[in-house]
Design a protein around this ligand. Sequence first.
Ligand code: ATP
Ligand code: MG
Length: 273
Amino acid sequence: MAVAAVTLDRVSFAYPDGQEALREISLEVAAGETLGLLGPNGAGKSTLLLQVNGLLRGTGTVRVGGLPLNDRTLDQVRAQVGFLFQNPDDQLFMPTVWEDVAFGPRNAGLPASGVRERVERALEVVQMREAAGRPPHHLSLGQKKRVALATVLATDCAVLVLDEPTSGLDPRGRRELAEYLTSLEQTKLVATHDLEFAVELCDRVAVLEAGRIAAVGDPRVVLADAELMERTGLEVPHSLRYHAAGVPHQHLAAEPHGRHPSTSRAGNRLPGE
Ligand SMILES: Nc1ncnc2c1ncn2[C@@H]1O[C@H](COP(=O)(O)OP(=O)(O)OP(=O)(O)O)[C@@H](O)[C@H]1O
Ligand SMILES: [Mg+2]
């Protein structure tokens, strides 16, 4: 059997002030899979992602490409993981956009021509080539997020761990990013509040609730579960209300007057369920 790209085995974590953030999380991301991590504010999404590159370490085991993360393997693991921080200010620290995006490829030992190629491609993808010479701290929030994404894409890592990649992006930027990420073959672990983005991009989603996994599965099934969405502070995405679970448009007229299909359990059922 192929080695899973990322495995968490009973990972628990509490912050130094005693705040418990992850409780016995077990999760596997297959090579090439895109797994979405959903859940309300404070559920533990960022804390979980930070375990994958060892920036936070709790109890239990984290494996990347089969390699258990520990003091000895930390650098090796980090070299496989491209990490997008939720806050772009945590990501950008060089004097110019270009230098920030070049940092990863340079660190990986690429020659100058290879670095240039990677930087140009990554800035092109996020449409920030014109800002290459600007100081990152002068950019708007959405522009910073784009550049932060470019720093990750330029590394060409086997595993991409992205914390809220669409936050701050304008609608077209969000759509183009979804399309671009879908075209990438890398394994992706993506925390997002953008549920439509999750439906478009993810092979599976996991819903976190107070540091525990409440559900894992096909986004079109998990996100169509109105009860689960209500309980976890999420919402059935628009696209799944009207196309949910094989309920064709024309059947909506048959719904009792004033009743929205998303409030009907039957409306959220999959064929054969
Ligand atoms: N540095 C910290 N010190 C103490 N507690 C923290 C710290 N960072 C986060 N927490 C707590 O850990 C829990 C999980 O936080 P986390 O940032 O992982 O949530 P999240 O799901 O990413 O939320 P959001 O959707 O707002 O990004 C929350 O209760 C939060 O208050
Ligand atoms: Mg977060």
